[in-house]
Design a protein around this ligand. Structure first.
Ligand SMILES: Cc1cc2nc3c(=O)[nH]c(=O)nc-3n(C[C@H](O)[C@H](O)[C@H](O)COP(=O)(O)OP(=O)(O)OC[C@H]3O[C@@H](n4cnc5c(N)ncnc54)[C@H](O)[C@@H]3O)c2cc1C
Length: 473
């Protein structure tokens, strides 16, 4: 171990990691390739640049994003106080004036006596440890191939092609039934959605699915709405180099399949073969299957429904599915360029590579999504890199916290079906005792529990200067 933490990437994760180390007294070398070499979407040379929306989502403590922000504050975040300083009116959300915000983040790190910023693309993995790789969804090609060499084979994804995710407790289980197509012991490969996620996943003979059964009339109304729904735009840079083609070769969007003809879905991913609805004792006209996405069974993904529809259109069209009328979409389907590792195969709960001690992955590369989530993982990796450099035990966040739950999601997901995730209550464990039906009240209680757990954790975190810093504020 050296005296200094090396960080590659000065985006949301990189700046928070640098701050977490430097504020504790550790030295940091931070590499950022901009402005010498740009990404296809960044516009400036500033650190922590917001590339699209200027929103950090909800401030409410009944909302998982609001609680994540409070957790980050408690953990000594750099960007949150600056985001508040540069906020613009946005109701219950935190939105920022992006240019002065990023400028002040940059100036703050440039002025920090423990931080050295080197404006250079890293093309070969540095030998120094601890090393934090925080190069984000648009990691440069040379570094991506270095990471692939280190972690092997199919450990890195370059495109996100995912279907929407809904919460279990928002499903109408009076309409939905549980069953696998042919029960256990599937033998031969077929084109059934259960043979994987239609994006090339391996067969899963023992999987237990939730099935949303359609009548003929319901199916055709759904098909009509799906095949005419509005698409999200593709960014210019995603069309370059045939990237758009790769989406379609990898994974056909469901609306694209629907446009091929009225029966394409009912003969394809919505085929009802092997399924009998116990309520009618008949095979439905078509089915949409849901597959469990987390260990607790609180999150379910729409099998084979990777989509490029606009989010509003997804909600409108997918709520036409029998049983999903009131579905709570914790994540909408997306198909876009995104570099991320197969976290459940590679990472531990501190986001360190299990096979390469001293190397941490941070930010969107871990498989979280969004400015806020990426920054939060940056804080965690900075804290742990500093602790490892000082021979202190790792800091693993409590499961009840939003950040701790995201880490568990990353590490415990099924590696064959791993899909990026943002902050939401579905990843956080259920409350003990009588189920709370009211969504806000449930969020409020989960939030309170998260912040209490974090407080206890921080009090017990030995040898950390953070408490001293908080008291000095
Ligand atoms: C087109 C697009 C739109 C998005 N829209 C939104 C949105 O509206 N809301 C939202 O919350 N999130 C959005 N995101 C996601 C958001 O950008 C990320 O979640 C967040 O920026 C991730 O933070 P990060 O630190 O992991 O990566 P980044 O913020 O991207 O930072 C990574 C940094 O690493 C640098 N870098 C890359 N390779 C190298 C290298 N080899 N050497 C040195 N430096 C390198 C890059 O220049 C960059 O500054 C969007 C992403 C994209 C691509």
């Amino acid at each position: 171990m050296s005296e200094c933490v090396t960080i590659i990437g000065g985006g949301f994760a990189g700046v928070e990691a640098a701050w977490a180390v430097a504020q504790r007294g550790g030295k940091v070398t931070l590499y950022e390739m901009r402005p010498n070499r740009n990404t296809p979407v960044h516009q400036t040379g500033d650190l922590a640049e917001l590339v699209c929306s200027n929103s950090f989502k909800s401030n409410l403590l009944t909302n998982a994003s609001g609680v994540l922000k409070e957790e980050m504050r408690q953990l000594g975040s750099l960007i949150l106080p600056l985001a508040h300083k540069h906020s613009t009116p946005a109701g219950e959300a935190l939105a920022v004036d992006r240019v002065p915000f990023a400028r002040e983040v940059t100036e703050t790190l440039e002025a920090h006596p423990n931080i050295t910023i080197i404006r250079e693309e890293v093309t070969v993995l540095p030998k120094e440890r601890p090393l934090i790789i925080a190069t984000g969804p648009l990691t440069s090609d040379a570094l991506a191939s270095e990471i692939l060499k280190l972690t092997g084979g199919d450990s890195l994804s370059f495109f996100d092609a995912v279907a929407p995710t809904v919460t279990y407790d928002s499903l109408d289980m009076n309409k939905i039934f549980r069953a696998s197509r042919r029960g256990r012991g599937m033998t031969e490969p077929t084109a059934d959605p259960e043979d994987g996620n239609v994006c090339g996943g391996a067969p899963e003979p023992s999987a237990d699915y939730l099935n949303c059964p359609f009548t003929k009339e319901e199916y055709f109304a759904f098909w009509e709405a799906l095949s005419t729904a509005e698409l999200a735009p593709i960014h210019n840079f995603e069309e370059e180099g045939g990237a758009k083609m790769v989406f379609f070769e990898m994974c056909m969007p469901i609306e694209e399949l629907a446009r091929r003809g009225p029966r394409t879905l009912s003969f394809g991913p919505m085929k009802p073969v092997g399924l009998t609805d116990p309520k009618t004792d008949r095979r439905p006209y078509a089915v949409l299957q849901l597959r469990q996405e987390n260990k607790e069974g609180t999150l379910w993904g729409l099998v084979g429904f990777q989509t490029r529809l606009r989010w509003g259109a997804q909600k409108r069209v997918f709520q036409m599915v029998p049983g999903l009328e009131n579905a709570d979409f914790v994540r909408y389907g997306v198909m876009h360029r995104n570099t991320y590792v197969n976290a459940p195969r590679l990472l531990d709960l501190t986001c360190q590579l299990r096979e390469h001690a001293g190397i941490y992955i941070a930010g969107q590369m871990t498989g979280v999504e969004g400015y806020l989530e990426s920054a939060a993982i940056g804080i965690l990796t900075g804290l742990n890199a500093y602790r490892s450099m000082n021979s202190l035990p790792p800091a693993i966040l409590p499961r009840e916290t939003v950040l701790g739950s995201l880490c568990h999601y990353l590490v415990e997901s099924d590696p064959k079906h791993f899909a990026p995730m943002n902050s939401n209550w579905g990843v956080v464990p259920e409350l003990d005792g009588t189920p709370v039906r009211d969504k806000r009240e449930k969020g409020r209680r989960k939030g309170e529990r998260a912040l209490e757990a974090l407080e206890t954790f921080l009090q017990s975190l030995e040898h950390d200067t953070l408490l001293r810093l908080r008291e000095a504020e």
